[in-house]
Design a binder for this molecule. Structure first.
Ligand code: NAD
Ligand code: ZN
Length: 375
């Protein structure tokens, strides 16, 4: 089958690889119909991780079940399913506590499991024609048959769930005001989720014009940080009363070239959010191990203003989203016509165009805010 294979920094190719097969009785094999490119893939793509050439990318996958292992009881051939990006067992201590991003069975280290991601277990990605899904009874989320809402449902695998997770960690309540840093697909989904939860005012900070326009299109207030201190811009509009904050940028801000803003958006949020407010951090920070792959990420950690954070009595939640936990009720919102997360999708392309699509998404080109591939 064909798959998107990492070759080295800023190089991927669509290559022929072995077809996946059932390896454990609890596996299924899914024929992928939609698979999205994520900002998280860019960390590997840009060469800032320990990813080795040969990895098949792709953790935002949806498709139709093709083959079913003998130990699978609830999933049948022909079922249309979306696959939450965290591979999880469903029965370990963390999974039972709904912390499926930290499954102790698939990856006893801190990072949990994921499809096609360095350091997150041996699972191949789904930017390919087929994908093996372990612990299929747990990892397949059932969808209505057919093709309706294909791109909406594809957003459940990661970014819609991740955006919602950010609002959960930030404890966003009806009537509150929320500052979201980053208008990438994840930041947009966090803003969208905050509005679904009844937030009265949502600010979205970025400098990429077409992404800020998308934020405005859902009813958020765009803040262009290239036009001046984003914190001051928010305070001016909001009388210093922002209840909650979301970081949907992560370490990337610490490595952006020519930035005049503080390198760590977390410090902006500590400044912006009122005392005793809460922060949800879904933007990814790489490991800060001495000798770890990213020197900038290590420095980023050292710049965090813990003093101000403590003084204001703030709370903060971090980490990968427990996507399985949210994907079922967010799916039902889509089915009920109350959510349409595919508003972020700007391009549908065949798998063979993945190399060009990665390059353009990486440059944040207009029209490449969220790319879905159709194998
Ligand atoms: P993206 O790269 O498309 O978006 C990041 C956005 O941040 C860009 O639009 C960029 O212009 C903006 N930005 C950069 N520096 C900024 C600054 N100083 N202030 C404000 N905005 C700034 O990526 P994405 O797909 O939206 O993902 C965002 C982050 O979320 C990534 O780090 C990704 O790895 C992470 N992520 C986490 C999870 C999770 O489970 N926690 C899941 C998916 C993605
Ligand atoms: Zn993703």
């Amino acid at each position: 089958m064909k798959a998107v294979v990492y070759q080295g920094p800023e190089r991927i190719e669509v290559q022929e690889v072995d077809d996946p097969r059932i390896e454990a009785p609890t596996d299924v094999v899914v024929r992928i119909t939609t698979t999205a490119i994520c900002g998280s893939d860019l960390h590997m793509y840009e060469g800032r991780t320990a990813a080795e050439p040969g990895i098949v990318f792709g953790h935002e996958n949806l498709g139709v079940v093709e083959e079913v292992g003998q130990g699978v009881t609830t999933v049948r051939q022909g079922d249309r399913v979306v696959l939450p990006f965290n591979v999880a067992c469903g029965f370990c201590r963390n999974c039972r506590a709904k912390n499926t991003a930290f499954c102790l069975t698939v990856n006893p280290g801190a990072a949990g499991g994921a499809y096609g991601y360095v350091g997150m277990g041996p699972y191949r990605g789904g930017q390919a024609e087929y994908l093996r899904v372990p612990f299929a009874d747990f990892n397949c989320v059932q969808l209505p048959p057919g093709e309706e809402h294909e791109n909406d449902f594809a957003m459940l695998a990661d970014i819609f769930a991740t955006g919602y997770h950010a609002t959960e960690m930030a404890d966003v309540n009806p009537g509150e005001s929320v500052a979201v840093y980053g208008a990438g697909p994840v930041g947009l989904m966090a803003a969208y989720s905050a509005l679904i939860r009844g937030a009265a005012t949502v600010f979205v900070v970025d400098k990429v014009a077409n992404r800020l326009r998308l934020a405005e299109s859902i009813g958020a207030i765009p803040i262009d940080y290239s036009a001046g201190d984003p914190n001051e811009q928010i305070q001016d509009r909001n009388n210093g009363r922002t209840d909650k904050g979301i970081d949907a940028v992560g370490y990337q801000a610490t490595v952006s070239e020519g930035e005049e803003q503080p390198a760590l958006v977390l410090n902006n949020l500590v400044e912006t959010v009122r005392a005793t407010g809460a922060l949800g951090v879904v933007g990814l920070y790489l490991t800060s191990d001495p000798g770890g792959p990213d020197e900038n990420a290590r420095e980023g950690r050292l710049l965090f203003d813990i003093g101000k954070f403590f003084e204001k009595g703030l709370r903060m939640g971090t980490g990968q989203a427990n996507s399985k936990v949210y994907s079922e009720f967010l799916r039902d919102l889509i089915i009920a016509g109350r959510a349409e997360p595919s508003f972020v999708v700007s391009r549908e392309l065949p798998l063979r165009e993945a190399p060009d699509a990665y390059a353009r998404f990486d440059r944040r080109e207009e029209g490449y805010s969220k790319v879905v591939l159709k194998p």
